[in-house]
Write a protein that binds this ligand. Structure first.
Ligand code: FEO
Ligand code: CA
Ligand code: CA
Length: 523
């Protein structure tokens, strides 16, 4: 059933024919030997090995690990997640890599838990999240990618970097937020800037929860608000960064939530559409359409109603119920979740990453799981905008793949399409649940591949297994599709203490585990 669905939904023959036309025959034959998209991977079985285990055709090397110096004053942050490569030469063999640093683990930073945390330690935590900009370069002979230490472009953006709100918007009396955090996934704009998304910000500066329009402040897990008076309303936004100039701004236009990602598409008239999901149980899927070309500063925000296959506008002038609840559209955007519920948007099973198929233009959304609702394995949803018009306010939707024993995966998270249209996706079974019911058979988190042709056409093939407790995140292909850049995040996260580490990846022995960015290539 799943396989039939895959072929039907992907319109495989159409996609392939466009792919073949795009890559001229000669070019295909000459260049395809090292392309990741042309391999019938043998695949692997689920593993509990504390290693990056790969299908036999593949190899990997490390580009950067936590605490690696990137310049004389800065080092690589904690828990690397979303990756986005910006080539700086014609062949794409060198360029700038953006890396999200999503959150910290106090145990590894200070060898202590919540108690008796000091200002100095909180400052260290603040430094370890945000993102890194690093110059990377491919060695001509070995084809390996290296971090170019001390390159003038190498820098950190942290939870201390001042970031103005776009359009000079003021929130809590200021138009400048301090820092970015919870940086989970993101996207690249058609004008070649970077989008990084603030996901679980409530862990850092808490959250105001509204009941009958009256807020109650819920303290954060990390308690940063005890040290710094930064309003929680300054976080939970999409941040745009110009990789060349370092200019950075926070957009309120795409709403405030546990933003997983921001996946863009250029419309025929030059505007930008952005899809973004709110990764929490029973939260929603959003679409933003910009007003102007080359700018996300202003536009309209919609939320998905899957019952009626409609995008519902979130604007106080469009709905009396919204007008009666929020004093203005800024307040609505700060409380996007509340607005979505008021208009009857569809609650979903934790929307994670979103990708647009390069040829069919269908939109794929990972719904990772919803354990309180009894959905342990998650699914991948597919949306087809009416007439493939990205500004359409109606769509069709279908479930493309469902996790479980039959398909061999659980908890889909990050997605990536290669240039041929093969789907690559990672899984994120929580470290606390790996190996436990009902996840025993999936073992460690994994990277999967669904080929568009070849002998395994339409099947879900596991091609990599992550170290203990780790999750693969941020898959991003090099320009030539010969390298898959991938984050290995939070190995050993559930270790009890330094003497009982669950992972020693990547250095082995008795070493402390370190999140790292790796490059996967054919042998
Ligand atoms: Fe940071 Fe929703 O994963
Ligand atoms: Ca994720
Ligand atoms: Ca996840």
């Amino acid at each position: 059933m799943e396989r039939r669905n895959f072929l039907k939904f992907l319109s495989a023959s159409v996609a392939l024919s466009i792919f073949e036309q795009t890559m001229s025959k000669n070019k295909l034959i000459k260049n395809c030997r090292q392309k990741l998209y042309n391999i019938d991977f043998k695949g692997i079985l689920p593993s509990t090995e504390d290693a990056v285990v790969l299908s036999e055709e593949l190899d990997y090397h490390i580009i950067a690990s936590w605490k690696d110096a990137i310049s004389s004053k800065d080092y690589f942050g904690f828990n690397n997640d979303f990756l986005c490569f910006f080539p700086s030469n014609k062949n794409g063999t060198e360029g700038l890599l953006w890396v999200n640093h999503e959150y910290i683990d106090r145990f590894f930073l200070h060898d202590k838990t919540k108690e008796n945390i000091t200002l100095k330690e909180v400052d260290q935590e603040i430094y370890n999240v945000g993102g890194s900009i690093i110059k990377i370069k491919q060695d001509k002979k070995s084809k390996k990618w290296n971090l170019v230490k001390d390159d003038i472009s190498n820098k950190r953006i942290t939870a201390k970097t001042p970031i103005p709100f776009a359009n000079n918007i003021k929130i809590k009396n200021t138009n400048i937020a301090i820092g970015t955090l919870g940086n989970c996934a993101g996207g690249k704009t058609p004008w070649n800037t970077l989008l990084t998304c603030e996901e679980n910000y409530d862990a850092n500066y808490g959250e105001n929860i509204y009941n009958n329009n009256i807020p109650t402040f819920i303290e954060s897990y990390l308690g940063w608000e005890k040290f710094y008076n930064h309003p929680t309303e300054h976080y939970g936004w999409v941040v745009e960064i110009d990789m060349q100039t370092g200019e950075v701004k926070k957009h309120t236009s795409m709403g405030r939530m546990a933003h997983e990602c921001a996946t863009t598409h250029l419309t025929k008239d030059g505007r930008c559409v952005v899809y973004t999901g709110d990764d929490a149980n029973d939260e929603c899927l959003y679409k933003f359409i910009s007003d102007k070309p080359n700018s996300l500063d202003t536009g309209k925000l919609y939320v998905a109603d899957l019952e009626n296959n409609k995008w519902i506008l979130l604007d106080i002038d469009a709905d009396e119920r919204l007008k009666n609840t929020f004093k203005d559209n800024i307040e609505l955007l700060i409380r996007t979740r509340d607005a979505a519920k008021i208009v009857g948007a569809t609650p979903l099973d934790r929307p994670e990453d979103i990708e647009i198929h390069p040829y069919t233009k269908d939109i794929y959304i990972s719904l990772t799981n919803n354990i309180p609702n009894g959905n342990y394995h998650g699914s991948i949803l597919k949306i087809k905008e009416t007439n493939h018009d990205f500004t359409s306010l109606t769509f069709e939707h279908e479930y493309f793949l469902t996790g479980g024993n039959e398909t061999g995966f659980a908890c889909p998270d990050n997605l990536a399409f290669d240039k041929k249209g093969n789907l690559w996706f990672t899984s994120d079974i929580s470290g606390s649940k790996i190996g436990k019911t009902p996840y025993e058979k999936f073992k460690n988190n994994s990277l999967f591949y669904v080929p568009i042709d070849g002998k395994n056409k339409g099947k879900v093939i596991q091609i990599a297994s992550a170290p203990n407790n780790a999750e693969f995140t941020g898959p991003w292909f090099s320009e030539d599709d010969e390298t898959l850049f991938l984050s290995v995040q939070h190995p050993g996260e559930f270790s009890k203490d330094n003497k009982n580490l669950i992972s020693h990846w990547p250095d082995g022995g008795s070493s402390v585990p370190k999140s790292s960015v790796i490059a996967i290539q054919l042998k």
